[in-house]
Ligand binder design. Structure first.
Ligand SMILES: [Fe+2]
Ligand SMILES: [Fe+2]
Length: 335
């Protein structure tokens, strides 16, 4: 009795002794793994709610990677030098790769990539709300690198220790590439800040527009995040939204000072007693409006993605036709 049969509860018809509470023992084994911080792999039994939560989280993450190619992709043809164009091309291409690792990780949980993409294209699946803001100037590309990717790293490094093996392993490589994205953004901004007053103003304007949406990227305050506790119990979430946001603010303040920009928060100040920076109130109404489809670019992002998918149909058709030809040739040669 190999394979899945081992995973199914015994029934009296099997002629085997029915094991009382067999499914409970699997739950106990799962809980023990969670407690001892060991990984769950695709072939292991897992509670259905854990599987569904992971499918949702990993697919949303994958969607964010490929939609996230758009705001910066808009600037590839307008990059100010060959060097900046080459860096930006590599960076945007990395995001496509991140999407592929993550769709593959999601597929190990028994869902198909086609179904996940269909949900995205039908507007039923979410992706990170930050990509629904426009990139108005070249400075936006640098600020996205510095702040958006900086926030993404803060969020994603703990996922390298996620309890689900394929997701954790995908995140290790993704985080290495994200840190290159963050540094290239910061370095580009440093160059612009050493330029003309107009360039410095452009950087400050981009910081003013992106700073608050980036703080919202960490998600609602812990008190309004009802699923966080279960995510922590399952080892999917390691650090709370508010803790991550605080770490990000504390790391960003000295970086802004070196750069010579002002973070647009009059309430931002060092709190000696807490050993952290205090910061102002986030506009959660704006965040939820964007999450719910009413941001400045939601419709444009989705339409661009659907068009790219449709335009790429011939590539998928050609790859399948080639694979069928190869298979037929292998069969002929074996005969
Ligand atoms: Fe990425
Ligand atoms: Fe990135």
């Amino acid at each position: 009795m190999y394979t899945q049969a081992m995973d199914q509860p015994n029934s009296p018809q099997d002629g085997l002794r029915s094991v009382p509470g067999a499914s409970d023992s699997r739950q106990t084994e799962f809980d023990a793994r969670m407690d001892s911080d060991r990984k769950i792999e695709p072939q292991d039994w897992m509670p259905e709610a854990y599987r569904k939560t992971l499918v949702r989280q990993i697919s949303q993450h994958a969607h964010s990677e490929i939609i996230g190619m758009q705001p910066e992709g808009n600037w590839i043809s307008r990059a100010p030098s060959l060097k900046r164009k080459a860096i930006l091309l590599a960076k945007v291409q990395d995001e496509g790769g991140h999407g592929l690792y993550l769709y593959s990780a999601a597929e190990t949980l028994g869902v198909s990539r086609d179904a996940l993409l269909d949900a995205l294209h039908a507007g039923k699946a979410k992706y990170s709300s930050i990509f629904n803001y426009p990139t108005l100037t070249w400075a936006d590309v640098g600020v996205i690198g510095w702040l958006v990717h900086g926030a993404a790293i803060m969020n994603q490094v703990p996922i390298c220790r996620c309890s689900y093996g394929p997701y954790a392993r995908a995140m290790i490589r993704i985080c290495k590439e994200e840190s290159f994205h963050q540094r290239q953004g910061y370095e580009s901004l440093m160059t612009q800040m050493k330029g003309t007053p107009a360039q410095r103003e452009m950087v400050q304007d981009a910081v003013d527009r992106w700073y608050w949406p980036v703080l919202a990227m960490f998600g609602p305050p812990d008190a309004d995040s009802p699923n966080s506790a279960q995510g922590m119990r399952w080892g999917i979430k390691r650090i709370s939204n508010d803790e991550l946001r605080q770490k990000f603010v504390d790391a960003t303040v000295p970086q802004a000072a070196i750069l010579g920009v002002t973070l647009p928060d009059p309430d931002l100040k060092w709190n000696e007693a807490r050993g952290h920076h205090d910061y102002g109130a986030i506009d959660w109404d704006d965040f939820w409006a964007v999450v719910n489809g009413n941001g400045p670019c939601n419709k444009e992002r989705l339409a661009t993605r659907v068009k790219a998918h449709e335009d790429g149909q011939w590539v998928r058709d050609a790859a399948l036709a080639y694979a069928r030809k190869q298979q037929a040739r292998a069969l002929r040669e074996a005969a």
